[in-house]
Design a protein around this ligand. Structure first.
Ligand code: SF4
Length: 435
């Protein structure tokens, strides 16, 4: 019987030593890192869901290409190993693939990095998928069985999410997950310069309410009231049937985190049913305090207006996790001081701070390459969101590294974290949540 081993290269990565040490002790950072590393690999589970008989499937989550990981995968006697990786973990994925290829096992790699850099990926894997996996998956399987797997597979049209299979959550095994993933849409109507997820896998599309219902029913076989993270780039952004989606989530008895843009706070018709649908936290990109990124479209607005919208979401019983990018053009030590002062006084009940990172496939990457600003000796493993990968325009690399650490220390200090924790409790309490 042909067998396919799915291997997500998981885990949050940080290269810079001092930051790595801090990350282990700052409460807000550690909690988020732990949550991310526990998220199931939805893309591969979805491909497993559309893998027909007589194929059998197994899942092998690993963060490194260790000998043990390779042996565990080979022990399943795979006909094919399918690997997914983000940029920061792609060198480990390549190493794993080379070890498997050396043992005679063919590999195919997919994900955002392979999509942006398929010519790079194909140097290390038998085949690479540049784009969504679903439209080419049956061709990949057919080619493996015919002994013809190889080269770059490129979908010729966007995948119709209404044809999405139910992901094989059963492959996750017995280990209890703090959160599951559910996708209600793919892509984003905006095109922020630094964002790859919104464009690399095709245009903005929505999954039908019926399909979302099927996935919720499958998830509830594992947990009757699961915590979810919606694997969306901008939930509710253009959705015409928001009422139905909120109603479906409410009836499914889930609690969930998601990402949206600040304009959610100006939509009272959505806010009125948001907390009741199980929504507990929304990530909202405030982005840079010093630079307006091209492509933000209607998301670009004055800070006061954005913060009014944040307050409206929180008054509706949903915590806003304000996301900030440090290191955009124009950033200085003074602007970082202003950022810290703003966050410590702001109503935001949760924050996320990352370094500007020019992921391949983004317009930001192309611009910095054109300007000759990428740091040549920092390979893909530095593209972690916590390591500097380019030369800033108004600071040195060392100043930006030190400034970023200073911001994290201040924003995630025990006192500041406790203040936000109290804010979250108060918001959820008002929404009727027992914490
Ligand atoms: S709004 Fe968010 S998901 Fe959409 S393009 Fe911008 S950063 Fe990406």
């Amino acid at each position: 019987m042909p067998h396919i081993a799915f291997v997500p290269m998981s885990g949050l990565r940080v290269r810079e030593d001092e930051l790595l040490e801090m990350g282990m002790t700052l409460p807000g950072l550690k909690r988020r890192a732990d949550a991310l590393s526990e998220l199931p690999a939805l893309g591969l589970l979805t491909l497993a869901g559309m893998t027909p008989e007589p194929w059998s499937c197994s899942l092998h989550e690993t963060s490194r290409a260790t000998k043990q990981a390779v042996e565990e995968i080979i022990a399943t006697h795979p006909t094919l190993v399918a690997v997914s990786a983000l940029t920061a973990s792609v060198l480990d994925a390549y190493q794993l693939s080379r070890a498997l290829n050396a043992g005679g096992v063919p590999t195919v790699i997919g994900g955002l990095h392979a999509t942006a850099c398929p010519d790079d990926a194909i140097q290390h894997c038998t085949a690479a998928v540049a784009g969504e996996g679903e439209p080419v998956w049956h061709q990949v399987l057919g080619d493996v069985r015919g002994g013809q797997l190889g080269g770059i597979y490129r979908p010729t049209r966007p995948f119709d999410l209404c044809q999405a299979p139910v992901p094989r959550f059963d492959l996750l095994g017995e280990r209890r997950r703090p959160r599951f993933l559910l996708q209600t849409e793919r892509g984003c109507p905006f095109a922020c310069e630094f964002c790859g997820a919104s464009r690399l896998l095709g245009p903005f599309r929505e999954k039908s309410i019926e399909k979302i219902g099927d996935e919720l029913a499958a998830l509830r076989q594992f947990d009757s009231s699961p915590w979810l993270e919606l694997a969306d780039d901008n939930t509710f952004a253009n959705r015409s049937d928001v009422d139905q989606l909120l109603d479906l989530l409410r009836q499914a008895n889930v609690r969930y985190f998601t990402e949206s843009d600040w304009r959610l706070g100006e939509r009272p018709e959505v806010l009125k049913g948001l907390a009741a649908s199980g929504c507990r936290q929304v990530l909202v990109g405030i982005e840079s305090m010093v630079f307006r990124y091209p492509g933000m479209g209607a998301k670009q607005a004055e800070l006061d207006r954005m913060m009014d919208a944040v307050s409206a979401v929180q008054e509706a019983g949903v915590v806003v996790n304000g996301c900030f990018i440090v290191g955009a053009d124009g950033e200085t030590d003074e602007s970082l001081d202003r950022l810290v002062a703003f966050i410590l006084e702001s109503p935001l009940a949760e924050v996320q701070i990352t370094l500007q990172t020019p992921f391949p496939g983004t317009m930001l990457y192309n611009r910095l390459v054109q300007q000759g600003r990428l740091i040549e000796d920092r390979d893909w493993s530095h593209f972690t969101l916590f390591d500097v990968t380019y030369r800033p325009d108004a600071m040195t690399v060392e100043q930006l590294e030190a400034g970023f650490r200073r911001v994290l220390r201040a924003v995630f200090s025990p006192a500041a974290s406790e203040r936000r924790s109290q804010l979250r409790k108060s918001i959820w309490h008002q929404a009727g949540e027992r914490i």
